[in-house]
Design a protein around this ligand. Sequence first.
Ligand SMILES: [Zn+2]
Length: 410
Amino acid sequence: MRLRCEVRAVIRTAGTVAPGGVFRPVVSTLALSSSPAAPASSFLLHFCAAHKNGKRYKLNGNVTQVFVRFCNEGKATIQFKEPQCDLFIQADPVQLKAFLRILKLCLEGKVDSSELSNLTVVPKNTAPTKLTVSNVSDIPLKGLPRTLHTLQMSGLHMCLFKREILMLRSLRSLNLSNNRIEKLPSEVGNMPCLVELFLNDNLLGSNSAPDWRWIEGLQITSKLKLLDLSFNQLFGVPNTISKLKSLVTLKLDSNKLKCLPKGIGTMKTLRFLSTSQNNLSVLPANLLCLRLEKADFSLNPLSDECLASNTSIGFKMSSLVEQSAAAVLKYKIFYAKNLIPYTLVDYLDNSNYCACGKPTFDSRNYATTIFSLKSFCEAIICDGKYDVNFGCYLCSHKCHKKFISNRRFR
Ligand SMILES: [Zn+2]
């Protein structure tokens, strides 16, 4: 039971003080309801500008008197024991009488629960932390609540990343799957709490080369644990993805990938990798540096036939630039384009890796060999071939002997 009315609340002990401290009638809604936990205990809720979540007044044994003498003029007063407050009500006389009838039944304990409003009091400090938008009309008119921790906006046919999402500084999980997004703004990399990012079933890579600057953001590189890029149009994933140093789950299924990022073996936290339904024929040998719990390499043209290797492998003395760059990568020293020349950033980002895990910069010493998927993964989904081709950028004679020339396959 609800009543639209004007209410003047007067606290008896403090003179005449209305809600919000203003001595005047305020537009209000009164509702009679009962607690689901105690249906026999009914209460009155007073909603107004000062009490948006409703001020609650207990009814049973708490109402001193109800003044109904001017009921025909649409006026009534309810006097409460606790708090010591009087509610002066002015409303449509017919509706007021109906309201007072239910109020009387409440006070006598004879009210039927079907006549009460199905209300629960929302605690003042409860702010929405989760929002699922499955239709454009579900987007709140006031905008996305800044308190969100989880936001799902799937199947909306969105072509552009909604920039309002960048304002959600507490967001931990963002699901934008099943849309038509082609690229993300670089600011996504600066979202401070983002841990899970679902971009599956979009159009990343469909038109131009996707803008991957967001993946290098200072915040996302340290926080992101799950990245789902499956069911897009990607021909490649940048080597900079290996900067996601907390990533545990990486999903790349159903794209057009011909190779995996060269530095994938440096992602020491990675435990779950799925790359099914791509065009992978050779895997990077530094995958052997990982310890995956589960990996999916199925529906790829991975071969178990050893490809012809480069026979002219030779090693020369490393230059100072190569030695410095190797040290930066080995010790994971932070670098960015605002700190060192951008040519050096590209040089570092595009380094190759040996099967031993060391970075190499001479791309001529490349060889392919057969390794078992079982050597770095506990649970494997594949097309029945566990021994497949890996491409290795060798760092030294020692690694050439260990991984290529002196190896007995299978
Ligand atoms: Zn090596």
